[in-house]
Design a protein around this ligand. Structure first.
Ligand SMILES: Nc1nc2c(ncn2[C@@H]2O[C@H](COP(=O)(O)OP(=O)(O)OP(=O)(O)O)[C@@H](O)[C@H]2O)c(=O)[nH]1
Ligand SMILES: [Zn+2]
Length: 445
């Protein structure tokens, strides 16, 4: 879908929503979930609503937005130079947007900077630059395509002497199941910067680019002016390099992939469009990380020097902590990722080290890779560690929820922390404070 082919006619809205809901039920069942369990009963409706909102740009027209907000503004009265409505550079920086990755259907975050050079004694309402950018962000996108779409639409709508768009995009990493689970030292986000320019900005070497980028630098934004990406180059989305479809029942996977294809169609997309070929497979691959299994967490024999809390020589105890264990999970309400770190504290006999970090990491991943809510993971990790190491356990989970950031309330930068205090940690303020202090004093990755 190009810039000139803007906006779908709003037909069959209810039918399309129902189709998405039915497809989401297929996905939930494919994950082995009971679609009637309390946490999931509204999930199909929520996911459908989130997807419809997240792709509302297909039903909006950038031209309508700009046309009502072009204002006459004089250029220089006399003298030589560029100013105001003729040649005076205008930029709007740090617009926070969210888009859906066309390669994997997960949301990605965008910092958008727009600049244009007015012409014809006319300027555009500043908010419209952001509104137009949002029209194209609210579609299934790739960063370069998004930058190009926004740039072309503003060029058509404003008819300026030049317009440029710079995007800094962040995409969640996929856990690499082949190399073993990522740990917290692994980079959290895949990032890419892209530029697009029209008119005066078409030449990447033009001095107007230097002016634009200098004005970005005032805000600490450092981007290369030649960051236009080649559409034939490697895709930025980490799903492209993640492992192949996890083999569960072939028939189930097939149904899930078909369900995602029907979602693409309901959103007004063409599943055969080049950027979308393979997307249903990649999305199902992501989802299957969170498949419900009947496997028990098997940790027998892993705990070296397991303690009996009733032994008399357990008096001399010290607090141990394992901080910044990475976790991924998938919100069961919106089928969107939440991820972050888990901190675990426990007491054990002085001088012993009863459990390896890798075991605690396995516990975290065991409970993370499911459809979840954060409070439940926190409790489950605490209870499991407690059953291994005695009752005195503290667990803090810090996470960023895509469902809070990329949709709905859009609280960018918000972060959620949950805490479970078991045994002594629920009564001994000093122990608790000491543990929290350790988190505070340990730099995160
Ligand atoms: N307690 C808790 N809530 C969560 C978690 N993940 C998502 N949620 C919340 O689940 C709630 C679902 O609320 P609903 O009103 O049914 O759904 P919604 O209309 O999509 O809600 P909004 O997010 O407010 O748009 C939202 O408030 C989410 O923020 C979690 O891990 N723990
Ligand atoms: Zn992606």
């Amino acid at each position: 879908m190009g810039v000139l082919d803007e906006g779908h006619v709003e037909v069959g809205f209810e039918q399309e929503t129902l189709t998405i809901e039915e497809a989401v039920k297929v996905l939930l069942q494919g994950l082995g979930e009971d679609i009637n369990r309390e946490g999931l009963s509204k999930t199909p409706a929520r996911v459908a609503k989130a997807l419809r909102e997240g792709t509302r740009g297909y039903r909006q027209k950038a031209k309508d937005i700009v046309q009502g907000a072009l204002f006459p503004e004089a250029g220089l009265n006399n003298g030589i130079g560029h100013a105001g409505g003729v040649g005076g550079l205008v930029i709007v920086r740090d617009l926070d947007l969210f888009s859906y990755c066309e390669s994997c259907l997960l949301p990605f975050q965008v910092k958008c900077h727009v600049g244009y050079v007015p012409s014809g004694q006319c300027v555009v309402g500043l908010s419209k630059l952001s509104r137009v950018a949002d029209v194209f962000a609210k579609r299934l996108q790739d960063p370069q395509r998004l930058a190009d779409d926004v740039c072309s639409a503003l060029n058509h709508g404003i008819k300026p002497a030049g317009v440029a768009v710079v995007l800094q995009c962040l995409h969640i990493h996929f856990p690499n199941l082949e190399l073993g689970f990522l740990d917290s030292t692994h980079q959290e986000w895949v990032t890419v910067s892209v530029c697009s320019g029209k008119g005066l900005f078409e030449n990447a070497k033009a001095t107007i680019w230097s002016d634009f980028l200098s004005l970005l630098k005032f805000r600490g934004i450092n981007v290369e002016k030649t960051c236009t990406r080649d559409s034939t180059g490697p895709c930025w989305c980490p799903s492209q390099s993640s492992s192949a479809l996890i083999p569960c029942k072939i028939e189930t996977v097939h149904q899930m992939v078909t369900a995602v294809t029907s979602i693409l169609r309901s959103l007004g997309e063409d599943p055969l469009r080049k950027g979308l070929v393979g997307t249903p497979n990649r999305y199902v691959t992501w989802l299957l990380n969170f498949e419900k299994t009947n496997k028990e967490l098997k940790l027998d024999g892993y705990v070296c020097g397991k303690m009996d809390p009733f032994q008399p020589n357990c008096n001399e105890e010290e607090m141990h902590s394992e901080l910044n264990l990475a976790f991924w999970s998938q919100c069961e309400h919106h089928l969107l990722p939440f991820h972050g770190v888990v901190h675990i504290g426990y007491f054990c006999t002085k001088g012993t080290n009863p459990i390896a970090k890798s075991i605690l990491q396995s516990i975290v991943h065991f409970y993370g890779f499911k459809l979840q809510v954060q409070e439940r993971i926190t409790r489950q990790v605490a209870e499991t560690v407690s059953s291994l190491l005695g009752g005195d356990v503290i667990v803090v989970v810090e996470a960023s929820h895509s469902c809070m950031v990329s949709r709905g309330i859009e609280k960018l930068g918000s972060n959620t922390a949950t805490m479970a205090l078991l045994g002594r940690f629920s009564t001994d303020d000093t122990a608790k404070t000491m543990f929290l202090q350790r988190i505070q004093n340990t730099p995160t990755s």
